[in-house]
Structures are given as structure tokens and as C-alpha cells.
Ligand binder design. Structure first.
Ligand SMILES: [Zn+2]
Length: 293
């Protein structure tokens, strides 16, 4: 006869949730189903909940008193965090969103209001972890994001080392909206703004190279022709007085070397694109993006 002895003392369980790697209890939320793989957690969970060390989010899911708001909202709504929200949680760039994107725990389930229900369109086992991994999240995002945003999210996930190129290919191979095609459009980019600029300029057949090394300056984000440098400013990458001073030094040096420098913000790419394009076009049409002969 087999006897089941649980490894879950209250102390062991609390240590697991508070100190575990993010793939087990991401954002401070854990499922009883995951814990059950190492023995019955029932009594330890009851003890921790009674003592206030854990709180029940919904049946079978528990949170620390301090937990990630989006993760808790997703689980409370009846699913797990996925898609753009999970990508942001893992540290990838995604366009700013308003409400958490959530994958229902069961395919037939309707989620509570206040979250966006994402479609994965393939049968998956019920989730045991509160945040979907990067590959699955990219797959969900191929349904929720426009192509240019998906490319920017993939650029960022690759650049941040969150996923390997082959794993992106596997994840997007069966994605909706021909998501697999976005892989061919990915490139080296250090910000979402940069990805969007590159893709839009290439789409308009304006020749652009990314992350070009210039002697004495370092790498510039984008180079159109020989001498039009476009730097994609983002709050995340260009905040603080040191970054501000460093950017100004680079601009001065580039101008001294004969380059034209255009700094473009995320807001300008999204909300003022015609004006940005007009500025780039004027330079290109006048041939000023080439060295004078
Ligand atoms: Zn989504």
C-alpha cells in the first residue's frame, strides 16, 4: 500500500512561495495544483491562510499579501496572465495596455469583467502557473497585436534574452494571423519605438540600417542612407540626467562628424507619424541623407 507523505509543512510552503523562482509562483501567486505535485498542500495552505501569510484568490489559487496586481486580477477573473500582459511581466517591450490580458483556466470558461480574454485557439492543459511563459504569450499576442507591434514585441523578447529565436519560430508557427511571418521581420532593436520606425521605413522602401557602429560615437539606433541618424527615444532607455547628458554629447559629436540627427519619441511615432515621416522624407528627397559629393 502506498502512503502519501506531504513535504508541505506550513514553513516549507511559505518559503517555496516567497522564495521560489518566478516560474513557480510568479507575482506571488501559486496554485494548489502545482503544489500537489510534491504532496498534499491542503493542511499547510489552511494554516497559512488562517495566519494571514497567504490569501485565497479563488478556488485552488493563493497569493502572498504583497502580490502583482495584474497577476492577481487575472487569477481572480478565472484565468492566468498571458499575451501582452505576461510579456510585460517577463520584461519584454509591449505597447502600453489598460487591462490585463488573460487566458481562461478552461476553454469554455467566461472570464469576469475587467480583463481582456485572449484566444490561444489550441487545446492546452489547465494552467498551473499564474503567468504564461514567453513563447505561449507571444502566440496569444499574435492574435491581439497588430503585425508591427508583434514584431516589436518579438524584437524585444529576443534582445532581452527572454527567448531563443528557434523557440519564437516554434511558438509562432501555429499562431493565428500568420504570426509566423513576423519572425522574418524581426531585427536587432533596443526599444519598441526603434522596431516600429525600422518596420515603417522599410515598408515605405526607405533604406535603413539598424544599430550601426560609428567610430568614436558607438552604435546609433537607425541610419538612413549614409548620414541621417535616427535615435528612438524612450523613457525606459533615456531617462535620468546621465542618459540626457550622454545623448547630448552623442548628438554634438555626430553633428561635428557631419551626420544629421533626428530624435523621435514613442508618442511621435504613434500619434504624429505624418509629421515624422515628412521630416525624414524632406531630407531623403533632397538627397541630404547621402554624403555630399
Ligand atoms: Zn491578448
Amino acid at each position: 500500500m502506498r502512503t502519501h507523505t506531504s513535504v508541505w509543512s506550513p514553513d516549507a510552503l511559505q518559503a517555496f512561495v516567497t522564495g521560489s523562482p518566478c516560474y513557480a509562483a510568479p507575482g506571488g501567486v501559486v496554485s494548489a495544483r502545482l503544489l500537489r505535485r510534491r504532496g498534499d498542500p491542503h493542511e499547510a495552505l489552511d494554516t497559512l491562510v488562517a495566519g494571514g501569510a497567504l490569501q485565497r484568490v479563488r478556488r485552488g489559487w493563493y497569493r502572498l499579501p504583497v502580490a502583482d496586481d495584474d497577476v492577481v486580477t487575472a487569477v481572480a477573473a478565472g484565468g492566468v496572465l498571458t499575451c501582452v500582459s505576461a510579456l510585460a511581466f517577463h520584461g519584454a517591450w509591449v505597447p502600453r495596455g489598460d487591462i490585463p490580458h488573460v487566458r481562461p483556466a478552461r476553454e469554455t470558461m467566461r472570464l469576469d469583467a475587467g480583463v481582456h480574454q485572449c484566444s490561444i485557439a489550441r487545446r492546452l492543459p489547465a494552467p498551473v502557473v499564474a503567468v504564461d511563459p514567453v513563447a505561449l504569450s507571444l502566440r496569444a499576442a499574435s492574435n491581439c497585436l497588430s503585425r508591427e507591434y508583434l514584431v516589436a514585441a518579438v524584437d524585444s523578447a529576443l534582445d532581452s534574452g527572454l527567448i531563443r529565436r528557434q523557440d519564437v519560430a516554434d511558438a509562432l508557427w501555429w499562431a493565428p494571423n500568420r504570426g509566423h511571418e513576423s519572425l522574418a521581420e524581426t531585427d536587432w532593436a533596443q526599444s519598441g519605438t526603434e522596431s516600429l520606425l525600422r518596420r515603417r521605413l522599410k515598408g515605405l522602401r526607405i533604406g535603413v540600417r539598424v544599430q550601426v557602429a560609428i567610430d568614436g560615437v558607438g552604435r546609433v539606433d537607425l541610419l538612413v542612407g549614409d548620414r541621417l541618424v535616427i535615435e528612438a527615444d524612450s523613457v525606459a532607455h533615456h531617462s535620468g540626467p546621465d542618459a540626457y547628458r550622454s545623448d547630448r554629447r552623442r548628438d554634438l559629436l555626430l553633428t561635428t562628424l557631419g551626420y544629421l540627427v533626428l530624435r523621435v519619441s514613442w508618442e511621435q511615432v504613434i500619434y504624429e507619424w505624418p509629421a515624422v515621416l515628412q521630416a525624414i522624407r524632406r531630407i531623403v528627397d533632397a538627397g541630404e541623407h547621402r554624403w555630399p559629393r
